[in-house]
Design a binder for this molecule. Structure first.
Ligand SMILES: [Zn+2]
Length: 221
């Protein structure tokens, strides 16, 4: 079951202090086909990332402690501070993930990390039934994941297989059928390059790739 707790955050950009609702525990069973977990009880995803409504800084708990460089602070003030009203919209917690993804990009973090932030933004948009934002974030995520594969960020064979599958599934969700198929085939090739024990540990992925090629579904069985 999901349990939440109150924590304090200190903004590393404008020094505002504020209370947030953070995740204290949760558990999941199964997932959507793009790895969005199904939780026992309430979906806590939106409560992992928090934003400063004064300036727009957004991130995980650790990001608030790590702070950011002067260059990034200037970009936050220029591009996010004018948009803080978005953060106060009750039905739109996905903006926190969007802001974090942009900050990660300005920090030149790996494309995988930026892509993951946009992917989670799309999960939150889905949980809030905002189809337009979900699709926007899926497009941003898939672009970063393709880039990560292209520039050799995915060093492990397992990562290449998983990320190729995810690229396929995001294209499928965006109704780009041909591109989805191409990527599922590529994921299958990457999967076949896995040796033991990864091959066995990731057997579910092999099954899932096959399923999405034969009879695509929105859930992982
Ligand atoms: Zn702030």
């Amino acid at each position: 079951m999901t349990t939440l707790t109150e924590e304090m955050r200190a903004c590393p950009v404008c020094e505002a202090r504020f209370a947030v609702t953070a995740v204290s525990s949760c558990g999941s069973h199964g997932a959507d086909s793009d790895f969005r977990p199904h939780f026992w009880g309430m979906d806590p995803t939106e409560n992992y990332v928090h934003s400063c409504v004064e300036c727009g800084f957004s991130g995980y708990g650790q990001d608030f402690l790590d702070g950011c460089s002067e260059t990034v602070i200037r970009k936050i003030r220029k591009f996010l501070s004018p948009r803080t009203r978005d953060l106060q919209r009750v039905n739109a917690p996905f903006f926190r993930y969007e802001f974090m993804a942009l900050i990660y990009e300005w920090e030149d973090r790996p494309s995988l990390e930026v892509g993951d932030s946009f992917l989670k933004a799309s999960w939150v948009a889905r949980s809030r039934s905002n189809r337009e934002k979900e699709r926007l974030y899926q497009r941003e995520a898939v672009r970063r994941f393709e880039e990560a594969l292209e520039i050799g960020e995915c060093e492990e064979q397992e990562t290449r297989a998983v990320v190729s599958y995810l690229v396929g599934d995001l294209h499928r969700r965006l109704n780009r059928r041909r591109r989805a198929e191409t990527w599922f085939h590529r994921a299958r090739d990457e999967f076949e390059l896995l040796g033991p024990p990864a091959e066995e540990n990731l057997a579910w992925l092999g099954d899932q790739i096959r399923r999405q090629l034969e009879a695509p579904a929105d859930l992982i069985d």
